[in-house]
Design a protein around this ligand. Structure first.
Ligand SMILES: NC(=O)c1ccc[n+]([C@@H]2O[C@H](COP(=O)([O-])OP(=O)(O)OC[C@H]3O[C@@H](n4cnc5c(N)ncnc54)[C@H](O)[C@@H]3O)[C@@H](O)[C@H]2O)c1
Length: 271
Protein backbone atom coordinates (compact mmCIF):
# COMPACT_ATOMS: atom_id res chain seq x y z
CA UNK A 1 0.00 0.00 0.00
CA UNK A 2 1.30 3.49 -0.70
CA UNK A 3 0.17 6.89 0.54
CA UNK A 4 2.17 9.29 -1.67
CA UNK A 5 4.02 10.37 1.46
CA UNK A 6 7.11 11.39 -0.52
CA UNK A 7 5.48 12.90 -3.58
CA UNK A 8 7.79 15.56 -5.05
CA UNK A 9 10.63 14.75 -2.65
CA UNK A 10 14.17 14.14 -3.91
CA UNK A 11 17.16 12.48 -2.34
CA UNK A 12 20.19 10.22 -2.30
CA UNK A 13 20.21 6.56 -1.22
CA UNK A 14 23.57 5.07 -0.25
CA UNK A 15 24.29 1.36 0.19
CA UNK A 16 22.03 -0.75 -2.06
CA UNK A 17 24.25 -3.73 -2.89
CA UNK A 18 21.72 -6.46 -3.66
CA UNK A 19 18.06 -7.15 -3.10
CA UNK A 20 18.68 -8.09 0.56
CA UNK A 21 20.17 -4.69 1.36
CA UNK A 22 18.11 -2.49 3.66
CA UNK A 23 18.86 0.38 1.25
CA UNK A 24 17.44 -1.65 -1.65
CA UNK A 25 14.14 -2.21 0.14
CA UNK A 26 14.09 1.45 1.14
CA UNK A 27 14.63 2.57 -2.46
CA UNK A 28 11.66 0.45 -3.54
CA UNK A 29 9.44 1.91 -0.82
CA UNK A 30 10.55 5.50 -1.43
CA UNK A 31 9.80 5.01 -5.13
CA UNK A 32 6.36 3.60 -4.32
CA UNK A 33 5.68 6.66 -2.15
CA UNK A 34 6.46 9.03 -5.04
CA UNK A 35 10.05 10.02 -4.13
CA UNK A 36 12.82 10.32 -6.72
CA UNK A 37 16.49 9.73 -5.97
CA UNK A 38 20.03 9.03 -7.04
CA UNK A 39 21.49 5.66 -6.05
CA UNK A 40 25.10 5.47 -5.00
CA UNK A 41 27.59 2.88 -3.87
CA UNK A 42 31.34 2.28 -3.86
CA UNK A 43 32.75 1.71 -7.37
CA UNK A 44 33.87 -1.79 -6.32
CA UNK A 45 30.32 -2.64 -5.19
CA UNK A 46 28.99 -1.67 -8.62
CA UNK A 47 30.79 -4.63 -10.10
CA UNK A 48 29.57 -7.10 -7.48
CA UNK A 49 26.11 -5.72 -6.91
CA UNK A 50 22.98 -5.61 -8.97
CA UNK A 51 22.30 -1.92 -8.48
CA UNK A 52 21.51 -1.42 -12.19
CA UNK A 53 18.41 -3.59 -11.81
CA UNK A 54 17.19 -1.37 -8.98
CA UNK A 55 17.99 1.78 -10.96
CA UNK A 56 15.90 0.57 -13.89
CA UNK A 57 13.08 -0.51 -11.63
CA UNK A 58 12.91 2.89 -9.89
CA UNK A 59 13.89 5.13 -12.84
CA UNK A 60 16.99 6.31 -10.98
CA UNK A 61 20.48 7.39 -11.99
CA UNK A 62 23.54 5.80 -10.36
CA UNK A 63 26.53 7.86 -9.28
CA UNK A 64 29.44 5.76 -7.98
CA UNK A 65 31.13 7.21 -4.89
CA UNK A 66 33.58 5.78 -2.40
CA UNK A 67 32.31 7.37 0.76
CA UNK A 68 35.87 7.72 2.11
CA UNK A 69 36.77 10.02 -0.78
CA UNK A 70 36.10 13.75 -0.32
CA UNK A 71 36.21 14.25 -4.09
CA UNK A 72 33.68 11.47 -4.75
CA UNK A 73 31.22 12.69 -2.12
CA UNK A 74 31.50 16.32 -3.24
CA UNK A 75 30.86 15.27 -6.81
CA UNK A 76 27.95 13.05 -5.75
CA UNK A 77 26.19 15.92 -3.98
CA UNK A 78 26.74 18.34 -6.86
CA UNK A 79 25.60 15.89 -9.55
CA UNK A 80 22.59 14.70 -7.56
CA UNK A 81 21.26 18.24 -7.23
CA UNK A 82 21.78 18.73 -10.98
CA UNK A 83 20.15 15.43 -12.00
CA UNK A 84 17.20 15.80 -9.65
CA UNK A 85 16.69 19.45 -10.62
CA UNK A 86 17.02 21.07 -7.20
CA UNK A 87 17.92 20.69 -3.54
CA UNK A 88 17.37 17.43 -1.69
CA UNK A 89 14.74 16.41 0.85
CA UNK A 90 16.13 13.10 2.10
CA UNK A 91 19.38 11.12 2.39
CA UNK A 92 19.83 7.54 3.57
CA UNK A 93 23.26 6.47 4.84
CA UNK A 94 23.21 2.64 4.87
CA UNK A 95 26.91 1.83 4.88
CA UNK A 96 28.91 -0.45 7.08
CA UNK A 97 32.10 -2.46 6.79
CA UNK A 98 34.67 -3.74 9.27
CA UNK A 99 37.91 -5.12 7.90
CA UNK A 100 38.68 -6.66 11.32
CA UNK A 101 35.37 -8.60 11.13
CA UNK A 102 36.01 -9.57 7.55
CA UNK A 103 39.51 -10.86 8.32
CA UNK A 104 38.37 -12.52 11.56
CA UNK A 105 40.56 -10.33 13.78
CA UNK A 106 39.31 -10.58 17.35
CA UNK A 107 38.40 -7.36 19.20
CA UNK A 108 41.33 -7.92 21.55
CA UNK A 109 43.68 -8.28 18.60
CA UNK A 110 42.67 -5.48 16.26
CA UNK A 111 44.80 -4.47 13.36
CA UNK A 112 44.61 -0.68 13.73
CA UNK A 113 44.95 0.08 10.06
CA UNK A 114 41.89 -2.16 9.52
CA UNK A 115 40.18 -0.35 12.40
CA UNK A 116 40.92 3.08 10.91
CA UNK A 117 39.65 2.04 7.48
CA UNK A 118 36.46 0.53 8.90
CA UNK A 119 35.85 3.67 10.97
CA UNK A 120 36.37 5.86 7.92
CA UNK A 121 33.83 3.83 5.89
CA UNK A 122 31.26 3.15 8.59
CA UNK A 123 31.34 6.17 10.88
CA UNK A 124 33.32 9.20 9.71
CA UNK A 125 31.57 8.88 6.34
CA UNK A 126 28.33 10.06 7.94
CA UNK A 127 30.05 13.30 8.94
CA UNK A 128 31.65 13.58 5.50
CA UNK A 129 28.31 13.18 3.74
CA UNK A 130 26.61 15.74 5.97
CA UNK A 131 29.48 18.21 5.79
CA UNK A 132 29.31 18.12 2.00
CA UNK A 133 25.53 18.54 1.99
CA UNK A 134 25.81 21.39 4.49
CA UNK A 135 28.58 23.30 2.72
CA UNK A 136 26.89 22.95 -0.67
CA UNK A 137 23.58 24.06 0.92
CA UNK A 138 22.11 21.04 -0.84
CA UNK A 139 19.24 20.24 1.56
CA UNK A 140 15.79 21.81 1.48
CA UNK A 141 14.31 23.09 4.75
CA UNK A 142 12.57 20.31 6.68
CA UNK A 143 14.70 17.74 4.88
CA UNK A 144 15.57 14.50 6.64
CA UNK A 145 18.84 12.57 6.93
CA UNK A 146 18.85 9.01 8.30
CA UNK A 147 21.69 6.59 9.04
CA UNK A 148 21.36 2.96 10.11
CA UNK A 149 22.91 1.68 13.31
CA UNK A 150 22.87 -1.24 15.71
CA UNK A 151 22.38 -1.53 19.47
CA UNK A 152 25.92 -2.86 20.01
CA UNK A 153 26.79 0.84 20.23
CA UNK A 154 25.21 0.92 23.72
CA UNK A 155 25.36 -2.66 24.95
CA UNK A 156 28.04 -5.24 24.36
CA UNK A 157 27.59 -7.90 21.72
CA UNK A 158 31.03 -9.51 21.66
CA UNK A 159 31.13 -10.60 18.01
CA UNK A 160 30.11 -7.19 16.71
CA UNK A 161 33.78 -6.28 17.18
CA UNK A 162 34.92 -2.78 16.20
CA UNK A 163 31.60 -2.08 14.48
CA UNK A 164 30.23 -1.42 17.98
CA UNK A 165 32.66 1.48 18.35
CA UNK A 166 31.92 2.70 14.83
CA UNK A 167 28.19 2.75 15.54
CA UNK A 168 28.71 4.67 18.81
CA UNK A 169 30.61 7.31 16.81
CA UNK A 170 27.96 7.35 14.09
CA UNK A 171 25.18 7.96 16.62
CA UNK A 172 27.15 10.77 18.21
CA UNK A 173 27.69 12.42 14.83
CA UNK A 174 23.91 12.31 14.26
CA UNK A 175 23.39 14.32 17.46
CA UNK A 176 26.24 16.76 16.91
CA UNK A 177 25.58 17.48 13.24
CA UNK A 178 21.85 17.33 13.91
CA UNK A 179 22.22 20.36 16.14
CA UNK A 180 23.87 22.50 13.45
CA UNK A 181 21.72 21.19 10.60
CA UNK A 182 18.61 21.90 12.67
CA UNK A 183 19.66 25.40 13.74
CA UNK A 184 20.98 26.61 10.41
CA UNK A 185 18.91 24.75 7.83
CA UNK A 186 15.92 23.19 9.61
CA UNK A 187 17.08 19.75 8.55
CA UNK A 188 16.59 16.74 10.84
CA UNK A 189 19.17 14.01 11.45
CA UNK A 190 18.41 10.66 13.07
CA UNK A 191 19.74 7.12 13.33
CA UNK A 192 17.57 4.02 13.21
CA UNK A 193 18.80 1.19 15.44
CA UNK A 194 17.63 -1.81 13.46
CA UNK A 195 17.11 -5.49 14.40
CA UNK A 196 19.63 -8.00 13.07
CA UNK A 197 18.78 -8.45 9.39
CA UNK A 198 20.01 -11.08 6.93
CA UNK A 199 22.06 -8.93 4.52
CA UNK A 200 25.65 -9.14 3.25
CA UNK A 201 26.89 -6.85 6.05
CA UNK A 202 24.71 -8.56 8.69
CA UNK A 203 25.59 -12.16 7.94
CA UNK A 204 29.29 -11.24 7.95
CA UNK A 205 29.12 -11.01 11.75
CA UNK A 206 30.26 -14.24 13.45
CA UNK A 207 27.42 -16.32 14.92
CA UNK A 208 24.80 -14.31 13.02
CA UNK A 209 22.28 -17.18 12.66
CA UNK A 210 22.13 -17.93 16.38
CA UNK A 211 22.04 -14.26 17.10
CA UNK A 212 19.13 -13.39 14.81
CA UNK A 213 17.14 -16.31 16.26
CA UNK A 214 17.86 -15.14 19.80
CA UNK A 215 16.73 -11.59 18.95
CA UNK A 216 13.57 -12.99 17.38
CA UNK A 217 12.74 -14.85 20.59
CA UNK A 218 13.56 -11.85 22.78
CA UNK A 219 11.48 -9.30 20.85
CA UNK A 220 7.76 -9.16 21.74
CA UNK A 221 6.94 -8.16 18.16
CA UNK A 222 9.65 -10.30 16.56
CA UNK A 223 12.61 -8.89 14.62
CA UNK A 224 12.03 -5.94 12.32
CA UNK A 225 12.72 -6.97 8.72
CA UNK A 226 14.47 -4.91 6.04
CA UNK A 227 11.03 -4.10 4.60
CA UNK A 228 9.86 -2.89 8.03
CA UNK A 229 12.96 -0.72 8.24
CA UNK A 230 12.18 0.73 4.80
CA UNK A 231 8.69 1.66 6.02
CA UNK A 232 10.06 3.33 9.13
CA UNK A 233 12.59 5.27 7.08
CA UNK A 234 9.83 6.49 4.75
CA UNK A 235 8.00 7.86 7.80
CA UNK A 236 11.16 9.73 8.83
CA UNK A 237 11.56 11.16 5.32
CA UNK A 238 7.92 12.27 5.28
CA UNK A 239 6.46 15.54 6.57
CA UNK A 240 4.77 13.63 9.40
CA UNK A 241 7.93 13.59 11.54
CA UNK A 242 9.24 17.14 11.08
CA UNK A 243 10.20 17.74 14.70
CA UNK A 244 12.01 14.45 15.27
CA UNK A 245 15.74 15.07 15.24
CA UNK A 246 19.05 14.12 16.93
CA UNK A 247 17.50 10.80 18.02
CA UNK A 248 18.65 7.22 17.98
CA UNK A 249 15.38 5.44 17.25
CA UNK A 250 15.08 1.76 18.14
CA UNK A 251 13.37 -0.27 15.47
CA UNK A 252 13.67 -3.74 16.89
CA UNK A 253 10.29 -5.19 17.86
CA UNK A 254 10.92 -4.23 21.50
CA UNK A 255 14.24 -6.10 21.90
CA UNK A 256 16.10 -3.15 23.45
CA UNK A 257 13.67 -2.83 26.37
CA UNK A 258 13.19 -6.53 27.06
CA UNK A 259 15.11 -8.02 29.97
CA UNK A 260 14.10 -11.58 29.22
CA UNK A 261 11.23 -13.19 27.32
CA UNK A 262 9.09 -16.20 28.19
CA UNK A 263 10.61 -18.13 25.26
CA UNK A 264 14.14 -17.59 26.53
CA UNK A 265 13.13 -18.56 30.09
CA UNK A 266 11.58 -21.77 28.79
CA UNK A 267 14.69 -22.57 26.79
CA UNK A 268 16.80 -22.38 29.95
CA UNK A 269 14.27 -24.29 32.05
CA UNK A 270 14.70 -27.33 29.79
CA UNK A 271 18.13 -28.06 31.24
N1 LIG B 1 22.07 -6.29 8.68
C1 LIG B 1 21.97 -6.03 9.98
O1 LIG B 1 21.84 -6.92 10.84
C2 LIG B 1 21.99 -4.59 10.43
C3 LIG B 1 21.47 -4.26 11.71
C4 LIG B 1 21.53 -2.93 12.13
C5 LIG B 1 22.11 -1.97 11.29
N2 LIG B 1 22.61 -2.33 10.06
C6 LIG B 1 23.23 -1.29 9.22
O2 LIG B 1 22.47 -1.12 8.04
C7 LIG B 1 23.33 -0.52 7.07
C8 LIG B 1 23.15 -1.21 5.73
O3 LIG B 1 23.69 -2.51 5.78
P1 LIG B 1 22.94 -3.81 5.25
O4 LIG B 1 22.70 -4.69 6.43
O5 LIG B 1 21.80 -3.43 4.37
O6 LIG B 1 24.10 -4.56 4.43
P2 LIG B 1 24.68 -4.38 2.93
O7 LIG B 1 25.91 -5.19 2.92
O8 LIG B 1 23.63 -4.72 1.94
O9 LIG B 1 25.02 -2.82 2.83
C9 LIG B 1 26.24 -2.25 3.23
C10 LIG B 1 26.64 -1.29 2.12
O10 LIG B 1 27.80 -0.52 2.44
C11 LIG B 1 28.44 -0.26 1.19
N3 LIG B 1 29.81 0.21 1.33
C12 LIG B 1 30.86 -0.46 1.88
N4 LIG B 1 31.99 0.27 1.72
C13 LIG B 1 31.64 1.43 1.10
C14 LIG B 1 32.36 2.59 0.67
N5 LIG B 1 33.69 2.71 0.87
N6 LIG B 1 31.68 3.59 0.03
C15 LIG B 1 30.34 3.48 -0.18
N7 LIG B 1 29.61 2.41 0.22
C16 LIG B 1 30.26 1.40 0.84
C17 LIG B 1 28.39 -1.65 0.55
O11 LIG B 1 28.73 -1.66 -0.82
C18 LIG B 1 26.95 -2.04 0.81
O12 LIG B 1 26.09 -1.58 -0.22
C19 LIG B 1 24.75 -0.56 7.65
O13 LIG B 1 25.05 0.67 8.24
C20 LIG B 1 24.61 -1.63 8.71
O14 LIG B 1 25.59 -1.52 9.71
C21 LIG B 1 22.54 -3.61 9.62
Amino acid sequence: MSYNLLKGKKGIIFGALDENSIAWKTAERVHAEGGTFVLTNAPVAMRMGQIKVLAEQTGSKIIPADVTSQEDVENLVRESVEILGGKLDFVLHAIGMSINVRKARHYTDENYSFTAKGWDISALSFHRVMQNLYKADAMNEWGSIVALTYMASQRTFPDYNDMADNKAYLESVARSFGYFFGKEKKVRVNTISQSPTATTAGTGVKGFDAFINYAEKMSPLGNASAEDCADYTVSLFSDLTRKVTMQNLFHDGGFSNTGVSQEVIERFSEE
